[in-house]
Design a protein around this ligand. Sequence first.
Ligand code: URA
Length: 235
Amino acid sequence: MRLDKFLGDCGLGTRKQLKECIKNGMVLVDGVVATKPDISIDPAQNEILFSGENLTENYSKFKYYILNKPQGVVSATKDNHDETVLDLIDTGYDKNLSPVGRLDKDTEGLLLITNDGKLAHRLLSPKKHVEKEYEVHTKKFVSESDIKRLEEGIDIGDEIPTLPAKAYISEQNGEQVLHLIIHEGRFHQVKRMLEAIGNEVVFLKRVRMGALLLDPSLLPGEYRELTKEELYLLK
Ligand code: URA
């Protein structure tokens, strides 16, 4: 990418201001003063210093964020009406970030956001059967026979029933919570599974995707980069 674009993406000023900075010798590329704003650089390969500050030492081509998606935002990169999950993230110079899969606008919880298309593809591939775990608050009581039906696979109006899921009940603050672990990603799948047993989702939260757990210290709307260990486990 162009040097001035990289510097701009780092939030260091407007193109005009940065042109001036480059002219004044404030930018070094691999130890050499850059003289032109349009030279081509690769932040993963070149060392770029701005006023002595190293902009590339922690640069990695791929970024991985875990977001606790709040209700009311859409899992998209752009939207004309609603705030998107990417609006919540200070992406710096990462322009190709996308959410890995979708949570409904009213669903909360774990969403991975990355520009690593290969990993995203692998996590979403139906062949890989990556587990997704949800906490489901329901309108009506969930019985043992409901659990059995969810676990066996259920007709939700598609050509074929859902694959067998894992389900169990716990109690949170005196309220029944259904834990549902599925390894498909059909449209509105959890809501439709609950409808199919004559119930209704009143609140839905994703707490796990594969080996990646929702960090309980992240409030809805908060995010952080994945740790090396989380990334290793996810891959
Ligand atoms: N299933 C749903 O119905 N909604 C979600 O957001 C995720 C899974």
